[in-house]
Ligand binder design. Sequence first.
Ligand code: ADP
Ligand code: ASP
Ligand code: MG
Length: 815
Amino acid sequence: MKVLKFGGSSVADAKRIKLVKKIVENNIKDDKQIIVVSAFGGVTDLLLEAAHQASLRDENYTGVMEKIEKRHLETMQELLPIASQSKAISAVKRELNTLETLLEGAFLIGETTPKLLDRILGYGELLSSYIVSEFFTSEGMDCIHKDSRALIKTDENYGKAAVDFKMTNRLCETYFGTVTYKTIVVPGFAASSPEGNSTTLGRGGSDYTAAIMAGAVNASVLEIWTDVSGMYTANPKLVKQAFAIPDISYEEAMELSHFGAKVLYPPTIQPVLSKGIPIHIKNTFQPEEQGTRIRKNTNGSARPVRGISHIDNMALLSLEGSGMVGISGISKRFFEVLSLHNINVALITQASSEHSICIGIAESDMQKAEKAVNEAFEYEIATKKINPVVVEDNLAIIALVGDNMKSHQGLSGKMFSSLGQNNVNIRAIAQGASERNISAVIDRADVKKALNTLHEHFFEEHVKQLNIFVMGAGNVGEKFLNQIRQQKKYLKEKLRLNVRVVALSNSRKMYFDDGGIDLKNWKDFLDKGEPADIDKFFEKVKALNLRNSIFVDNTANAVVAGTYAGYLKNSIAVVTCNKIACSSELEHYSQLKDLSRQYNAPFLFETNVGAGLPVIDTLKNLIASGDRVNKIQAVLSGSLNFVFNNFDDKSSFEGVVKQAQAEGYTEPDPKIDLSGVDVMRKILILARESGHELEIDDIENESFLPQESLDTTTVDDFYASLVKHSSHFENIYAEAAKKGCRLKYVAQFEDGKAKVGLQHIPKDHPFYNLEGKDNIVLFFTERYNEQPLLVKGAGAGADVTASGIFADIIRAGNF
Ligand code: ADP
Ligand code: ASP
Ligand code: MG
């Protein structure tokens, strides 16, 4: 004999019930089969709502009742041929009338007792199973309906009654052994006490009904048909990449369901476990899918972690106090009082100092538990031996589950470090001695992030998803987005990084899509976005709370630079080509570096110096390997290099600067480059990265610009002043040319001091042949003391800057 159970969503409407019939028909062999059905999807909730309203003397309960009635009658009309409708409809109407009378009773006395509530709730399954059975019969199947209240006997713990297996097994064996029909349709969830009062087996309890019957008749298999293709590695509604587990042991399945994998009601395993009856979870809507097989011996999978689950709406309750140390009996009293009040404890931790016990309980039990425990320890609290209990809500438990976890070291280390890296705060930890489960209590708001982080870590062959938030979509931003689009496949296949741009903003608009923006059409999306707002952008990034988040600043904006600390404090990495933050006051720069360390969030700004050239990375590696920088000499301004490489006695200075700007080599305000401020910022950053504490005012800058040009306030005025002072620039050129030298704007750092300025460079100097917009940096260090370490190449331009940002993203991703 086989037992098949169909859940609420599988019988939610006529169309779905027809699918169920197909599955059941395909199953018919010589043997009998028991079909257990849930209430039509959502009906149990409607019954609860009606009962609740009636108990509040709210007349709206009749509206809910009408909804329930309509749902059942309409489904029948769709399923049954006219000829067999009238008999079935009047039977259902009779039941509905009784239900209405029960609700009326609750309305009149303004109360529903647990006993009455169980009677009311059972109707969902009674009606659905009757309708399904009538439909099967009308389709020519050899089918009968049987009320399971006559088969499953329980105590009178209404709401979640305990089964009397002895009596139940006997009744089931007798009935199923003698019934002559091939298909027996029974309601799930509903049962009754020996006195004949209706009871229920707890929410989700139809699975249990099916398991009880499977155990009683020694079924060959218990099939649970639902709306997903098995028991998944994590809740598929929260973790997109989760997949169905093909094979799992009873113990693992039990552990996962106890910790929130709703697909199986936790007590379901127990009646089939001792008889070794396998459970097969299948998808009603995709019956061809393999599903999950739960059985005794699963072939040891290579993966130590089989699944990850979570329970929402948890609270922590801690009992602490010096009076607890070494006193036996405290825990006994503590757990006794909880049990007395029917409070279920999901997790326990006690430090070996015995100074505190901390338990995880359902949030709905929190107040009851707090009051009960405080009362039980009233004397100890009054005499200050124990503190009043401390409770915290808005928490959740997440758990890693797997039979093979015990034979693998370092799993909890991996679990906690990957959570820590994503700023998931862990409030309590528990690991059973069986090592089949490691659980942690975290903030409820972090559940989705935590599940995805752990899933990525333990199931996705280390493809790491990077969630990128991009501010600035101008020259550099555009190139950057194109590069990501082009390289997406490569990054995933070769570097195992799945890079998704989740948000984009320019100065006018911003656009968010937590499924990842389609980069082919990012401009259209951005155009349709909401008005840009730097602070709101940050708030939205924070609220999304995605794992491996990276904020990318492609602007030159001081306000944007002021937001980095906020990102870092939320463990969101910052990658920036904007130099403002790193060249601001030393205190601010140091604070950002500290936050980066403290919150495990990379803060990367390779493109602040030499665009995409690996200048800062090289310097970092030198320092990390114990080298010491004695001197840095560099041409760090691509734009100034371009200007002085192209300016001669045949060209105009203003024209060359304009050309540099048009080609994207200068800052949006070219004065920042020409005044030397940009170079000052760069050498300042290099000096700081070398370990020296410098402020921008410590840098000597002898500007080659006339004072009037320096004093201008707009870009137009600046250009006008360059025209006005053209002879000044011609003289500068002539003086160098006379000596056979070239003009280079050089930055130098030596003996803790930095300076920038225009220099005459003779032919034999490594700077002499520096072309176009190239940069060059010479590091003179303890190890590179004779010949400096040299980094040279294109030091400006949107494309190379974008690729530098790209490289930082990969560094952040591999962090
Ligand atoms: P039914 O009505 O068929 O009994 P349930 O709603 O009780 O179905 O259980 C199926 C649901 O369980 C799925 O739709 C899914 O959202 C949820 N679920 C939670 N965790 C898991 C998991 N680990 N694997 C599969 N489903 C899960
Ligand atoms: N109908 C009941 C519920 O919604 C039992 C079940 O579907 O398993 O909880
Ligand atoms: Mg269920």
